[in-house]
Design a protein. Sequence first.
Length: 641
Amino acid sequence: MKHFFTALLAGCLLPGALRAQLLSAPPATQTTNLAAHSAPQPAGLGSQRQVHLRQALASAAGTRAYRDTVRARFGRLLGPLPLKAKFKAVVVGTVPQTGYRVERVIYESLPRHRITANLYVPDGAGQFPAVLLLGAADAAGKAAVATQQTAGLLARHGLVVLVADPICQGERRQLTDAEGQPLVAEAAAERHLLNAGASLLGTSTAAAELWDNVRGLDYLLTRPEVNPERLGCLGQGEGASRAAWLAGYDERVRVAALSGYHAADCGPVPGLEGAGLTAADWPIMVAPRPLLLAAGPHAAAASAQPSIYQELQPVYAALGEAGQIGELPGAVEADAARLQREAVAQWLRRQLAGDQQAVGGGEEAVLPEKALRCTLTGQVNTTFGDEQDLAQRHLLLAREWAARRRQLRPAELTAAVRQQLGLPTAEPAVSVEWQPGAAAGLRAGVIRRPNQEPLSVWVARPANGAAPSKVVLWLSDRGRQALADSAALLPAYRRQGWAVVLADLRGLGSAQPVSGPGSDTKSPAQLALAAGEPLLAAHVADVLALLRLVEQEPDWRAAPLEIHAAGWAAPAALHAAVLTPAVARLELYQGLPSFQLLLEQPVAPAPYALVLPGVLRRYDLPDLAALLGPRRLVVHRRAEQ
């Protein structure tokens, strides 16, 4: 792990300008375009990254420096990892098999946070090479058929294999009821929800998974059967990304095999794109240690692998280790999965045991899940009364920070908000193109602003045509059309001589993408977060642009300015009001009362639309509300009319 910390100094081998480009990230709110984030980006995209890599490949020193900056940027994305506590492990049972045994093991990754695992130990005496096997996203976890077959094959050919349940799989579902039943049907959706909560704390489920795997290596090194100088890891499917993270982070991993790796599986890493990284960079972190890319059974991986392998070849060549990178293309035979398992096993055997022993001998035995179960109930959450799942750990940390967080003076808090959102110290001017075609009584326009996508706006002026006695900016997650269609809202405002501004913030109302803000899968809000451009920060930028429009209207400047906001739009309005003293009054309807509530209710819908990475280190929404005070802030429990 030494190189992961020294990588922070990696830029010393690069030219100054290139070093600055590689180690810097763009502001959080730079051009948040939901259309651009509606689908994952394929491998190799990103012209700046390609230029940097080509420049680095000109020399071994430049290539090492590029690799080290990848490690450093990845480390910053992960955030601080825990300190290692005293290791606690217990073997709860053993299942004899032909040529090896399977031990059922429980150990702690963190105090009161347990990992259930199976250890496959070959028959015979002496120390064996060992492999940490990271399986695909199968709900069965360590008991998945393909995982068992691979582990048994490796063990039968003289390798100790540790297979642990990843979070949200097997016996480690994190969001369960009192009977251990999952509160979220799909493990992937559960992981996304946990990742949203982790992001509020400046970390991710990727960091939690990496730490679990580091502790898996620690466990292997406690075993007398394991040769500590011959450790490898093998990742299958989604586990291939996690294997690349681990091998890139921890130098105890001497060799790595990635089966089914493809760059579209970028994993839950907020800020990935914003840090100038793609998933094609993960294998580069491993260089020049031996690395095998195996196509795996999935078509996406098989089609993406050649480009990844072609990108890695010159990296290994520049480091003088061209022979250390290998490729195993997809097979077309009927028993392709078995043949590929055997080929991967033979490669690992050659790298770790130093021989060319043939690997094969038929299909491995597959045991029922209960035979491999480590806990009494089938879930750590219900077997151990003191177990702390990730959601609980997130909430405890948030409460600890809240208790220790210093109350900021108004100027300090507004500065913290600007820094959190990545906003400039002064709002840029906006221009408006007024257009025909709005509903009756409304004027339609498009706001243009630097480095942001256009924002459509509707304006209703007082019915008598005079200068308004009040200006109200109305924002709702139901959309501006619902407000415009209200028979009571706009006519009443206009009769009172008020001007009303209506707009849909990005991802809300008519600006809502197909997947919608309520999606718990890879929605544009989640992908924008991965790009380092949180949707909530984009919402605040939208509100500030609307306020700038009001400020630029000559006959509106003397009128009191209010913001009324409902639902998902409310947090953005609160942030904007704190940054804009001209807002005389803010009325919120059924908005999120605190970021911490997302941790208290981790299965709430659409968390990614409300996430600001690491915000709870600085402030929570009640801190902003207190700054406004009751004279400027009114909170309604009811929905907007």
